[in-house]
Design a binder for this molecule. Structure first.
Ligand SMILES: [Fe+2]
Length: 622
């Protein structure tokens, strides 16, 4: 049966299940007649951070949310092509043989057991007879960037570590079609170059990249010349070629090698050992080189396509400092970044690609209707819990709570925030993507000079060199930050406005590390980085009415239209998903109040939480 005959005469809606799995951040999503119904990462259900296994729980959730049985799924879309990935693995092994024997042997069992049998695995795990389709990795990223964007047409840029062979690509999205024009291929990869420095500076590859970006403002770009002279050749179009004499990832079990150590004057930093100026300079240098590549790529794709808007996805598109520079310096009038820019979002791209590209269905971007908004529903695509669900759980957990009206909840939370209390804020549907956006968030007062250390040490159990991020009323963003566009997904870093900055004395400038961060640099010190930058989330009333109302109430009480927003979890733990996760996290940390649905819980009123002994071992020692 042809695709057209399949669509003809069809009355029931078309359900497409998107899946990404087996590498990092497995996820599932459900697209019904082109509309995003549900999406979630597997880690939120299994409570295993960055879970890469088949997303059975996320699939189950998506079907439940869509009120579907497995038989109701018409297509399953998988976010990459396992056979092509396997081909890369084999070819790379043969290119470097016998050097890569150990890493080849290490990779083989999972390939032979699961990855090569993805189609069978999907059919069996989802208990579905639906047709399984595979999109290429960078096509999935591109589709996740363009199809939900508000633009009728846009230039597309995807940048990550590696998919099958591609490590970055660019192209054009128009109507319901995407055309990728060119790609850079493995082993030459901006994402893997950044990950090599993540590894070398002692952080975890695939999750510590944020830390490198946060560390960069402390450093000087002293290694930029060495990187550009020795490690990487960056062409005018932003594409790059790496000197593989310094890297081990193509064939070994590590990212970098002895030659890399010699080039930068020492071995890999031991994780958890103290950070020195050298790591800070390395972080700053690789960040500068990354920004150079990103800006050149953006300029190139602008030259080639002549488009006014740019959309981006892939792990490197989570580099919000680089994104901020493209907004300020790049040639595009608008940029839109997929909130789940990493591989989780590939599930969404694969499903939308099947709907628009394979099945040929049209697309109606929001800008075409005169309302500048995307199709991501604020990225609130995860599980939700009714007040009845929440109350049942709170009773079962033996919690002490008070049920209030929504206006009362908003006033009470704002009042406590103004009183420097730390609030667990659990409302509505869980976010899809790595950031908490006001559905599973911990909130604080950005004006407070003690908030940063209180939230780091008593809530997140870490001593961080990174400041927290602000959620600001969209209509007031210009008073606090040099940003003249929306940043609903916290994917843009912008300078803190000159008018609210504090100048540093020479003595304060000489401070080091955390000491430097602890000196108030503006009227909102908890969210101001040492280079006077901030990772901004703008909140619009239309998109997020309750969260907007909360920040507006905080503004009414204090004159400050922003709050500190950090993810609702502790170090090493995925963001909370259920009321039970939230209550346990609340009880184990120094949070003062939990606002969950229309229920308010104060820490002082709670009985001790039973059965919690193993928790510290599990989560604090990341
Ligand atoms: Fe990717």
């Amino acid at each position: 049966m042809s695709r057209d005959t399949l669509r003809e005469g069809r009355k029931s809606p078309m359900n497409i299940l998107g899946i990404s799995a087996y590498y990092h951040d497995s996820a599932a999503c459900l697209v019904r007649d082109g509309e995003l119904i549900a999406a979630a990462q597997e880690e939120r259900f299994t409570r295993k951070k960055h879970d890469h296994r088949f997303p059975a729980a996320a699939v189950e959730y998506c079907l439940r949310e869509a009120r579907l049985t497995p038989e109701g799924v018409d297509y399953v879309a998988f976010y990459d092509k396992p056979l092509q990935k396997f081909e890369r693995l084999l070819e790379t092994y043969l290119d470097y043989a016998p050097r890569g024997y150990r890493s080849f042997l290490k990779a083989m069992p999972l390939w032979l057991k699961e990855k090569l049998w993805t189609r069978e695995h999907i059919t069996k795990s989802c208990r579905t007879g639906a047709k399984v389709l595979f999109t290429e990795h960078h096509e999935s990223h591109a589709a996740s960037a363009f199809f939900p964007s508000p633009f009728k047409s846009a230039a597309i840029l995807t940048i990550d570590g590696v998919g099958e062979w591609a490590t970055s690509s660019w192209g054009l999205g128009s109507g319901n079609e995407i055309h990728l024009e060119a790609e850079t291929r493995f082993p030459h990869s901006l994402g893997l170059l950044y990950s090599a420095f993540t590894y070398y500076t002692g952080f975890k590859v695939n999750s510590g990249e944020y830390k490198v970006m946060g560390l960069a403002p402390y450093g000087e770009p002293t290694f930029v010349k060495t990187i550009l002279d020795e490690l990487v050749n960056v062409a005018e179009d932003g594409s790059l070629r790496l000197n593989m004499d310094y890297f081990e990832y193509a064939h070994g079990l590590t990212m970098t090698n002895g030659a890399f150590d010699r080039l930068f004057g020492g071995p890999v930093r031991k994780p958890e050992s103290s950070l020195t100026q050298r790591e800070m300079d390395l972080a700053r240098s690789i960040q500068d080189v990354t920004e150079l590549c990103m800006l050149r790529m953006a300029q190139h794709v602008h030259r080639e396509t002549g488009e006014k808007a740019l959309v981006m996805a892939g792990g490197v598109a989570l580099n919000c400092v680089g994104n901020g520079r493209i907004v300020r310096e790049g040639p595009f009038e608008h940029i839109w970044v997929q909130p789940a820019a990493g591989d989780a979002g590939g599930a969404l791209g694969a499903a939308l690609s099947v709907w628009h590209q394979y099945l040929g269905n049209g697309r109606c971007p929001e800008s075409a209707r005169g309302h500048y908004s995307d199709a991501m529903k604020g990225s609130f695509l995860g599980p939700r819990f009714s007040d009845d669900d929440v109350e049942r759980e709170l009773k079962r957990l033996g919690a002490s709570y008070q049920r209030v009206t929504e206006p009362c909840l908003i006033h009470e939370v704002a009042r406590r925030l103004a009183d420097e209390k730390v609030i667990g804020w659990f409302q509505g549907r869980m976010e899809f993507g790595p950031r908490a956006l006001g559905a599973r968030s911990i909130l604080g007062d950005p004006r407070s000079t003690k908030m940063q250390s209180v939230m780091n040490l008593k809530i997140k159990f870490r001593e961080s060199f990174r400041p927290f991020a602000p959620s600001v009323l969209c209509e007031r963003v210009g008073e606090y930050f040099d940003l003249d566009c929306d940043s609903p997904y916290m994917l843009l870093v912008a300078p803190v406005h000159q008018d609210i900055r504090h100048e540093m004395t020479a003595e304060q400038d000489r401070l080091f590390g955390i000491e430097k961060l602890n000196v108030p640099r503006s009227t909102i010190p908890a969210v101001t980085h040492v280079d006077y930058s901030a990772r901004v989330q703008t909140v619009r009333r239309e998109d997020h009415p309750q969260y907007h109302a909360l920040i507006a109430e905080f503004d009414r009480l204090t004159g400050c239209p922003l709050v500190v927003n950090t993810s609702f979890n502790v170090r090493g733990e995925p963001i909370v998903c259920t009321p039970e996760d939230a209550y346990r996290c609340f009880m184990r940390t120094g949070m003062d109040t939990l606002a969950i649905g229309n229920f308010l819980l104060d820490k002082a009123d709670q009985p001790a939480l039973a059965g919690d002994q193993d928790w510290q071992k599990e989560f604090q020692l990341d």
